[in-house]
Design a protein around this ligand. Structure first.
Ligand code: GH3
Ligand code: MG
Ligand code: MG
Ligand code: MG
Ligand code: MG
Length: 321
């Protein structure tokens, strides 16, 4: 997944050079320009942060001693920011005590060079930083790829492949959320379970390919009847569909059911072996409640299923609530 860690030509860098001494900056700028890099210069801690925000450099060369805030402060400010969290920082200082190096690394620096620094040493350190930077960039790319793949996986795992509607997994999740939200707002929540009548016979006479096409058509139809943004039609299983209708009282749910049966009647999808009609019909169970602390998805589903069973017993092609 990571690219081979082979030596690479060092591409030109955009470097932010922070040093209060103009003479020091001039020497370093000459070295860096000679190596092809572009340089922005800051002469104080504050201007360093401003220029960093403006230019988002590839790398920072940072002096320690400056009037006002010092280089350690700059490094810790950059590390605390989103943009500067991982930008390579090399300290350049004439302070040569171990504790100076220690503090530089502690404050967020990646390396520490004692001035004066030869052009070759500086180039070598830049190259090492560039290699680390390459790995960081690849890791950032990989985590982006992972995030996208994860989103796709989540979407697919909540979707029914045949109808494109949410599947049982998506439905279960959404129902939990809608119960909580209806509990909080004390608004009615309706759950509808639909089951195609005599669908086994439909498949047996017309074949499964026709059966699948019929399920797709019904999926489309349910989707088109769901007018409100939070209405949620799903394929619950086989030839069963479930709908969550938030904010819908029992009367609204019955209106929805009548519209559904009427639309199916008008569509008149031929059903050769239905014993109650010439066209495809379905039966449905409806349950509506304003959920309280004791309400559960299982309870709602059980009630909708009982109502569906009652609709079947009453002759099908109807809804029971
Ligand atoms: P009822 O009126 O009592 O609901 O009778 P039914 O025949 O619809 O019910 P039953 O549960 O006996 O049969 C359901 C049928 O649905 C069985 C199966 O052939 C069909 N079915 C389930 N899933 C699919 C699917 O993905 N594609 C197709 N083509 N048919 C399916
Ligand atoms: Mg200084
Ligand atoms: Mg069934
Ligand atoms: Mg059945
Ligand atoms: Mg059925």
């Amino acid at each position: 997944m990571l690219p081979p860690n082979t030596p690479i030509a060092l591409p030109p860098l955009r470097i932010l050079l922070v040093d209060d001494q103009e003479a020091t900056r001039q020497v370093l700028v000459a070295q860096l320009h000679a190596a092809g890099h572009a340089v922005e210069q800051a002469d104080s801690a504050e201007s360093a942060l401003t220029l960093f925000r403006q230019h988002a450099p590839d790398l920072v060369l940072l002096d320690v001693e400056m009037p006002g805030h010092d280089g350690y402060w700059v490094a810790s400010q950059l590390r605390a920011s989103e943009a500067g969290g991982w930008t390579p920082i090399i300290f350049l200082s004439s302070l040569d005590q171990d504790h100076n190096l220690w503090q530089a690394i502690e404050s967020g620096g990646d390396d520490y060079l004692v001035k004066p620094v030869s052009g070759t040493v500086l180039q070598a350190k830049l190259r090492a930083m560039q290699r680390l930077r390459r790995m960081q960039n690849r890791l950032i790319e990989l985590s982006d790829e992972l995030r996208v793949a994860n989103e796709q996986l989540t979407r697919i795992s909540h979707e029914d492949a045949l109808t494109g509607l949410p599947n049982r997994r998506g439905f279960d999740l959404r129902l939990q959320q809608e119960i909580l939200s209806a509990q909080r707002d004390q608004t009615p929540l309706t759950l509808v379970l639909c089951d195609i009548d005599f669908f086994k016979g439909y498949n047996d006479t017309l074949g499964h390919v026709e059966g699948d096409a019929c399920l797709q058509q019904l999926g489309q139809l349910l989707r088109s009847l769901c007018r409100r943004p939070r209405d949620y039609p799903a394929r619950y299983g086989g030839e069963e569909f479930a709908l969550i209708l938030p904010g819908t009282p029992r009367s609204g749910a019955m209106t929805f059911a009548r519209a559904l049966l009427r639309t199916l009647e008008l569509k008149a999808i031929p059903h050769p072996c239905s014993s109650i009609a010439k066209h495809l019909t379905l039966s449905g169970g409806i349950t509506t409640c304003v959920p309280d602390k004791t309400s559960s998805a299982e309870g709602l589903l059980r009630r909708a299923d009982e109502a569906l069973y009652a609709a079947k017993s009453r002759g099908r092609n109807c809804f029971f609530s």
